[in-house]
Design a binder for this molecule. Structure first.
Ligand SMILES: NC(=O)c1ccc[n+]([C@@H]2O[C@H](COP(=O)([O-])OP(=O)(O)OC[C@H]3O[C@@H](n4cnc5c(N)ncnc54)[C@H](O)[C@@H]3O)[C@@H](O)[C@H]2O)c1
Length: 250
């Protein structure tokens, strides 16, 4: 019995890394998957791979930070598949700067994509999730729970995602809609490859404390936890955040 048979999952950030692995995990577990990202060709490839796994899948370009696009994306998903059961907000961006050198435009862009994008997608999805008794899984980060040097904007955006998730859980829990978050750390994806543009002359000790205790894992390690939270196995989990970091913050 597949856990997501008859269910529809919308996954943002589905062109790459954790988003791609999550879309394919849902497809493999029987869901119809609506894959969205700003990367047009790559998100089509994810949908194609989902179809190869036997799922119905659709790809759509959407910048989650744009209110019109996020709204239209959720509508397109419901038009295509008739319902929405799971929203996975995985799209995100990261950049490193010395705190006193953060440009306001960069600060705003990180908050726009990581936090406002999550808010906009949740807002557009809530009416449909109330109808289906569905749920939301948001992507925060270990940087929301412990300081990430040179990543103040990113950490602030991801802490905001947790606050948003807790509020949604309380506000909609009694009406049958759950909201949870994952806090990944040290996952091997394009985002973390090659330290993603760290500034020069950093203190490496401040960064290595965020490294995995054993070894970095692939994005599938997070996808499996997202699927558990979104499934009936997670039915009594609401307003929770789960670290997927190999114990780094233990
Ligand atoms: N890799 C890690 O160790 C790690 C740790 C903590 C949190 N995260 C979070 O996990 C999520 C996925 O990251 P990843 O590691 O798979 O990185 P990734 O770069 O492989 O994937 C991020 C995806 O988001 C998409 N995206 C960026 N801006 C967008 C926008 N405005 N609208 C729609 N899509 C957009 C990108 O095109 C990309 O496909 C992110 O939210 C990231 O912050 C990752």
């Amino acid at each position: 019995m597949k856990r997501f048979g008859g269910k529809v999952a919308l996954v943002t950030g589905a062109a790459s890394g954790i988003g791609r692995a999550t879309a394919l995990r849902f497809a493999d577990e029987g869901a119809k998957v609506f894959c969205t990202d700003v990367q047009s060709e790559e998100v089509k490839l994810t949908a194609k791979s989902a179809v190869e796994l036997g799922a119905e899948a659709e790809a759509r370009v959407c910048d989650v930070s744009d209110p019109g696009e996020s709204d239209a994306c959720v509508r397109a998903c419901v038009d295509r598949f008739g319902r929405l059961d799971v929203l996975c907000n995985i799209a995100g961006i990261l950049r490193f700067d010395y705190f006193d050198e953060i440009d306001i435009a960069d600060w705003n862009r990180i908050l726009d994509v990581n936090l406002t994008g999550t808010f906009l997608m949740c807002k557009a999805a809530i009416p449909h999730l109330l109808e289906s008794g569905g749920n939301i899984v948001n992507t925060s980060s270990t940087s929301a729970l412990a300081g990430l040097a040179y990543g103040a904007a990113y950490g602030a955006s991801k802490a905001g995602v947790l606050g948003l998730t807790y509020s949604l859980a309380i506000e909609y829990g009694r009406r049958g809609v759950r909201a949870n978050a994952v806090c990944p750390g040290s996952i091997k994806t394009p985002m973390t490859r090659g330290a993603a543009g760290l500034p020069e002359k950093i203190d490496p000790k401040l960064i290595t404390r965020a490294m995995a205790l054993d070894r970095p894992r692939g994005p599938e390690a997070v996808a499996g936890v997202i699927a558990m939270l979104a499934s009936e196995d997670g039915a009594h989990i609401n307003g929770e955040q789960i670290r997927v970091d190999g114990g780094t913050l233990s």
